[in-house]
Design a protein around this ligand. Structure first.
Ligand SMILES: *[C@@H]1O[C@H](CO)[C@@H](O)[C@H](O)[C@H]1NC(C)=O
Length: 310
């Protein structure tokens, strides 16, 4: 019987080459998305203060628009949103000019946040239909006035059950996308039973309109190790199945901290990049990073932009 020619997939050096090629392509196909929250702490910060690497996709996320009154004792407005970011330094003309000078910059904004002054911000709709109608109207106006590209959902306290939250936010995002008012949407959950119940209900029903999961890994304990961090990442990847999970760190000293750059945040990010799992990095927040010269913003973007195989 003639000897069959050896198929390439039986050849060890061919297999090695294949493995190398797939590793290289997973690293080069990795996302280059860097996102950063800005404006929550009224720090007289402008977009121009933040270093922007020319070969990443850069999203500023203005924080926050909230459906509360702007009075001394803010109260819920049922979906009628007001701006609470530093709108002296982050104005519509600033948005337009940063986008004109940097073709790789998009500007989004975030809804909710943890607190306003001394009180928590609650997600507190009076009914699903009325909240969605008010939110679509008020947010469309804000988005047009500021020339914004996307929206982030960051409610952290709830006076509504998970299904109501899912319906309100899901219908809002669906409508804004169908109307072509926004081109992308993200959510910002963290590890907490109540928070995860709400965001997972939203993800299960409306995951198809959510482009990124800005998971707040910095809400984990400051003692988090690299291997624990990688475990948390896998856990959230399976919770938000099929989603683009961004890793994150914080420069806010008042936050729990999670895995910090000093303790290996970039080591963990590099490992995920090598495995083709790094869908981007975000930082909370530009306001807090000013004092260290935006060091972690530079390191994050260098890591994302690099073609090196670590
Ligand atoms: C992270 O990487 C740096 C440089 O490669 C290394 O010196 C450091 O020990 C690593 N840290 C951890 C926690 O793995």
């Amino acid at each position: 019987m003639p000897h069959a020619p050896m198929a390439p997939w039986n050849n060890p050096s061919f297999l090695f080459l294949l493995a190398l090629l797939s590793l290289m392509s997973s690293a080069s196909q990795s996302s280059r998305l860097f996102r950063e929250y800005i404006g929550a702490e009224s720090n007289c910060l402008s977009f121009l203060d933040v270093p922007i690497h020319p070969s990443v996709d850069f999203h500023f996320i203005l924080s926050f628009a909230v459906d509360y009154t702007t009075s001394k004792h803010p109260t819920p407005t049922n979906g009628d949103f007001n701006i609470f970011w530093d709108d002296d330094n982050l104005t519509p003309s600033h948005v337009t000019s940063i986008k004109q000078s940097h073709g790789n910059v998009k500007v989004a904004f975030s809804l909710g946040g943890d607190s306003l002054g001394p009180g928590y911000v609650y997600f507190h709709p009076f009914s699903i239909d009325s909240w969605v109608a008010n939110a679509v109207t008020s947010l469309s106006r804000i988005i047009k006035r500021y020339n914004l590209d996307g929206i982030d959902i960051d409610y952290e306290h709830f006076m509504a059950d998970p299904d109501t939250f899912a319906e309100c936010i899901g219908r809002l995002l669906t409508t804004l996308k169908n109307n072509r008012v926004i081109s992308f949407a993200s959510i910002a959950p963290f590890e907490d039973d109540e928070v995860q119940r709400h965001y997972l209900a939203l993800w299960r029903k409306y995951g198809s309109v959510i482009d990124y999961v800005n998971f707040q890994f910095y809400a984990y304990d400051a003692s988090t190790t690299v291997s624990q961090f990688l475990g948390y990442f896998e856990m959230q990847r399976s919770n938000y199945n099929g989603g683009k999970i961004l890793v994150s760190c914080t420069t806010d000293r008042s936050s729990s901290g999670g895995l910090s750059p000093e303790h290996g945040f970039f080591n963990a990010s590099r490992m995920l990049k090598m495995q083709g799992k790094l869908d981007g990095i975000f930082i909370w927040s530009a306001d807090d990073s000013k004092s260290n010269g935006f060091l972690y913003e530079k390191q994050s973007q260098d890591l994302l932009a690099s073609d090196r195989l670590y």
